[in-house]
Ligand binder design. Structure first.
Ligand code: ADP
Length: 457
């Protein structure tokens, strides 16, 4: 017990002893010691009860306890209560100040921040940007289901996917369709989610300008290149034998430029595309075409294997999507496998069931890719070895095209590679992109081939 409390107790017990002693003396003087002592004791008990009642009623009323002036146990109790009450109040004030500061920061954010209940998806709180970007109104929309308020179909469908929803990168604002928003859903507790909407209008406009610029430049380059290419084809090296090596080099470079322009145009078209056609894609024809292209490009330098495991497992499957675009993606993978595998290597094209979906993979026994390059390998013009890519006629855009085509089909590209051992590029398609083959014994036929692989120089 602290010294101050011990002193108070000693003093209170001393007062008690003094009162009872006084009562004994008075009792002896009047000749009734016990009744007087009893009355004194009852008086003390009554006083203590009165103080207890006083403290309880003040505490239950939540009244502020004033700092006591006297001493004694009751005053000591009041003093302790006053101290803890002051501590609690100070802590509460600090918390409120902190809360106000956080709220002010959230209010000042240019991004819309909406707190929603996880199960009901009802709005709990939103900042002023929630009004300007998402059209939420205070107090009307507090407690309202967010899906109903964000009328745009894509937004409510996206919200319905909940926790698994990938960030929605570009969607029109319900307030003004010219304002483009990027939305993210962040679960931050068991019951609450945070919806963050950012205005990406300027970013999208810049992206649009970049896309248009690339598309226009590529388009403008196409005609002069065709003319140059045409005239170069007309020149006969036999007329001027010393020009033959120069002519061959000019032809090779103009072909490379043509391929670059074609790839840039393909990428621009894919980027501008919102969805993809939903036609059945005959995989028997596709595999036959890929095999033929690999053999043509390899010119007998590699062993080309082609396996359709969906037939072998009795589950003959086809894909759904755009034959032209899927062919462009797969043939890029095949062309890479041939170009980055030294003579004598093996290229395996495999189509196989994968869970409820399917997978098309291209495996080679070539140079392989160091692990450090893998995260960036699908970026435009990213090359592991620029000289090797150029020598083999690469434009640096093949894998970017593959990534875009797969994205449009809701598919995913995975890459496994070991330097000196080879690489496997696999395209994984979900169940909704897979259909049973009409005729499981479909003979391999020719698929339309639009992407012409660059022949080896
Ligand atoms: P490129 O036209 O240069 O081949 P891509 O986008 O198709 O461009 O490929 C990017 C880079 O990835 C290539 O330059 C090459 O370094 C590497 N790469 C792609 N496929 C393979 C592969 N099968 N084996 C080894 N490296 C590869």
């Amino acid at each position: 017990m602290p010294p101050r409390a011990r002193l108070t107790w000693t003093r209170t017990l001393g007062q008690l002893a003094a009162i009872l002693g006084g009562a004994v003396v008075v009792g002896l003087l009047v000749g009734y010691p016990w009744p007087v002592v009893t009355i004194a004791a009852l008086g003390i008990v009554a006083w203590h009860y009165a103080r207890l009642h006083d403290v309880l009623s003040r505490l239950s009323a939540g009244a502020r306890i004033r700092p006591p002036t006297g001493d004694g146990v009751w005053n000591e109790l009041d003093r302790l209560l006053h101290r803890s009450q002051s501590d609690v109040r100070a802590r509460k004030r600090r918390l409120i100040d902190m809360l106000r500061a956080y709220r002010a920061a959230a209010m000042a954010l240019p991004d819309a921040v909406v707190v929603i209940e996880r199960n009901s998806q009802r709005v709990q709180w939103f900042n002023p940007a929630g009004t300007s970007l998402l059209g939420l109104r205070y107090p009307r929309d507090v407690g309202a289901p967010l899906g109903e308020r964000l009328q745009s179909m894509s937004m409510s469908r996206w919200l319905a996917a909940g926790r698994n929803a990938e960030p929605l990168l570009d969607t029109p604002s319900p307030v003004d369709a010219n304002v483009r928003l990027s939305l993210r859903l962040i679960p931050y507790s068991d019951e609450l989610w945070l919806l963050v909407a950012r205005d990406v209008t300027k970013l999208m406009r810049l992206e649009h300008m970049r896309r248009d610029f690339v598309a226009n430049v590529s388009h403008e380059l196409r005609t002069p290149l065709t003319v140059v290419h045409g005239y170069l084809d007309l020149l006969d090296p036999a007329d001027n034998p010393e020009w033959a090596p120069m002519l061959a080099e000019m032809q090779r470079q103009s072909q490379r430029m043509t391929q670059l322009v074609e790839d840039l145009l393909t990428l621009s078209r894919l980027e501008a595309q919102e969805g993809v056609v939903d036609d059945p894609v005959s995989m028997a024809s596709m595999l036959a075409t890929l095999r033929r292209e690999a053999e043509a490009l390899s010119q007998g330098r590699h062993l080309v294997l082609c396996e359709d495991l969906t037939v072998q497992t009795g589950l003959a499957l086809d894909l759904r999507g755009s034959t032209k675009e899927l062919h462009s993606a797969f043939s890029n993978l095949v062309s890479n496998a041939v170009r980055y595998t030294p003579a004598g290597g093996t290229i395996t094209i495999r189509f196989a069931p994968e869970g409820a979906g399917a997978m098309l993979s291209v495996t080679d026994t070539g140079y392989g890719i160091p692990a450090a390059h893998l995260p960036r390998i699908t970026e435009r013009f990213y090359r592991v070895s620029t000289s090797r890519s150029r020598e083999s006629g690469g434009t640096g855009l093949g894998l970017a095209i593959v990534k875009h085509v797969l994205q449009l089909h809701g598919a995913r590209l995975s890459i496994r590679s070991e330097v000196g051992q080879g690489s496997t590029f696999a395209c994984h398609f979900a169940a909704d992109r897979v259909i049973p083959r009409d005729d499981p014994f479909d003979a391999p036929a020719e698929a339309e081939s639009r992407h012409v692989p660059v022949p080896k120089p």
